[in-house]
Design a protein around this ligand. Sequence first.
Ligand code: ATP
Ligand code: MG
Length: 333
Amino acid sequence: PQRVFSGMQPTSDSLQLGNYLGALTQWVALQEGNEAIYCVVDLHALTVAPDPSVLRERTRRTAAQYLAAGVDPARSLLFVQSHVAEHAELAWLLSCLTGYGEAARMTQFKDKSAKQGAEGTTVGLFTYPVLMAADILLYDTHSVPVGEDQRQHLELTRDLAQRLNARFGKDTVVVPEPHIVKATAKIYDLQDPTAKMSKSAASPNGLIELLDNPKTIAKRIRSAVTDTGREIRFDPEAKPGISNLLTIYSALTGRTVPELEADYAGKGYGDLKVDLADVVVDWVTPFQARVHEYLDDPAHLDDVLAKGAERAREIASVTLDRVYERTGLLARR
Ligand code: ATP
Ligand code: MG
């Protein structure tokens, strides 16, 4: 079987719909026939300097959302990054193989550091993609289901893997492939359909937050920015707002975009938005109930995470020992 690995940051009380459509649905599908490992990457979330109790709460909430979406701990490993020390250890080693200029070219760093300003930007934000490479390489990962925004980080991960193999022997680590499903690889902000929807967006008005009040969700969809003209047609260049709504509609209902275009021929943007709000609310309501069941039993949730970490450590320690040995670090006894 192929090894699959991915993670999300606990940077918000709720995941947003792009996380679900771009990544989480693929995670669930890839459990079938693969060895899947899914992680709440809490060390990454330290780059936004969260309040300690908030971070703890968000970590559990993120795990509960994985489970509610269909990540099945009987089939997949589910754990919290900081519970497996090898992530931070391999990250250091990889940071010594990463060029400063190479890291400085990462567009996510450029975007996020521009928002945080020079004073607010940490070294951790800069080395974030190196920690992400460590997350992936530790598990001899073949395939990494992520959204389009992570393509560049995956490319860096592959470069680092190839560099390790060139320097220290060809089987030092597995070179992973991104698994990016085009139709839903980039869900856009409802208020700015040229920007990616993001959990930690400056304004929440363009987000569909999975754990938000359904009334708020419906209102945000009805207030989505649309385009000039009145025809409901999938055309990301000319009609980014409507195209984004059609993408979401199609992904949640399984109806194709051409079918939806035919259905809405002659109807207005308002009709589409009202119907989409219903679709999202109908989906999110049972999802929220499942999340709350997991959150109401934190002992069980922590137990699932502890068992996952135990098994993850077994895999990660073998990889780290191999890489340490090959790079010339004196074997520990
Ligand atoms: P943050 O603003 O804190 O970076 P985020 O919404 O970008 O939050 P991440 O935890 O960084 O979420 O990413 C989790 C996963 O969701 C990644 O695989 C990422 O590619 C995917 N993803 C994030 N936003 C979108 C989106 N708008 N469309 C599709 N996939 C997305
Ligand atoms: Mg992100």
